[in-house]
Design a protein around this ligand. Structure first.
Ligand SMILES: [Zn+2]
Length: 283
């Protein structure tokens, strides 16, 4: 696109006032007035974020004929997973198809490990963090942990789940957990953990429907009508059925599974196993 297109069409952060730049998707009239609120930059990260937010908007539009009580995702993990599933389809070949990458610049298969390692740092490294946030909140809500122990419990869980420790000793007056937006804002977080698992399951299902042959991480189902039809069959159900029904409508399975994620990263796992041979991993 010419430079003028981008400068006119991106939503830039206003210079004259304080705004919340954290991206979000909005359903204004519960019909088809759908909007994204974010401060965009033209880069790879925001390209993926736009897909994530649009996933919410397409879901909202698909279920807009449902009864008012069912105007929502099958569960909140589904809502977070749709855009991410589509973003997994941003492969080098897809970028060529939409005119964002020169065919000559498509990396060869021997460069896939770098791509997968980058994806794993995002998708896999997130899993223990995604799981611990609500577990931490629930321990506070249940009273299992008292206010004097809020700081220590955070540090303990970070070590237990993620194997990380603070750079300097934390005293009883510190509350690192407060720096994670969702904790003071009281936003449930398990949805993001579930979405990490579901998005790979959705993605593998889409690739199967599209008849993809080849390594899973290279699959793009861009433009495939059958995938669109099957995906919409799940999305338009909204919250009107139990989530296993929705999952089945698209993937054929009623059970959530991490197996698709394992298959996506299989080449990386093989490489890491070689790199780590003879080493003691863990903490
Ligand atoms: Zn979201």
């Amino acid at each position: 696109m010419p430079e003028t297109f981008w400068t006119r069409s991106q939503f830039v952060k206003p210079a004259d006032r304080e705004v919340i730049c954290h991206a979000s998707a909005w359903n204004v009239d519960q019909v088809d007035d759908l909007r994204i609120k974010m401060c965009t930059k033209v880069n790879g990260d925001d390209f993926v974020t736009v897909h994530h937010e649009l996933g919410h908007n397409y879901y909202q539009r698909a279920y807009n004929k449902q009864n008012v009580f069912y105007l929502d995702g099958a569960n909140d993990g589904f809502h977070e997973a749709i855009g991410d599933m589509v973003a997994l389809s941003i492969t080098p070949d897809y970028l060529v198809q939409v005119g964002l990458l020169d065919k000559a610049q498509v990396p060869s298969a021997d460069k896939d490990l770098g791509l997968l390692l980058r994806q794993a740092m995002d998708k896999v490294a997130f899993l223990p963090f995604g799981l611990l946030i609500d577990r931490y909140r629930w321990d506070l809500f249940s009273g299992k942990v008292q206010p004097a122990g809020y700081g220590k419990h955070w540090v303990d869980m970070k070590l237990q789940y993620q194997g990380v420790v603070p750079p300097v000793e934390r005293g009883p007056e510190t509350f690192d957990a407060g720096a994670k937006y969702h904790i003071p804002a009281n936003v449930p977080y398990t949805r993001y953990f579930l979405a990490r698992v579901l998005q790979f399951q959705f993605y593998e299902a889409a690739c199967k429907i599209a008849g993809w042959k080849g390594p899973l991480h290279r699959c793009s189902f861009y433009g495939n009508k059958e995938v669109g039809k099957r995906l919409n069959a799940m999305l338009e159900m909204g919250a009107s059925k139990p989530w296993p029904d929705a999952l089945q409508a698209f993937t054929g399975s009623r059970e959530m599974s991490g197996k698709a994620m394992i298959r996506y990263f299989a080449p990386l796992t093989k490489w890491l196993n070689t790199q780590n041979r003879g080493k003691t991993c863990g903490w």
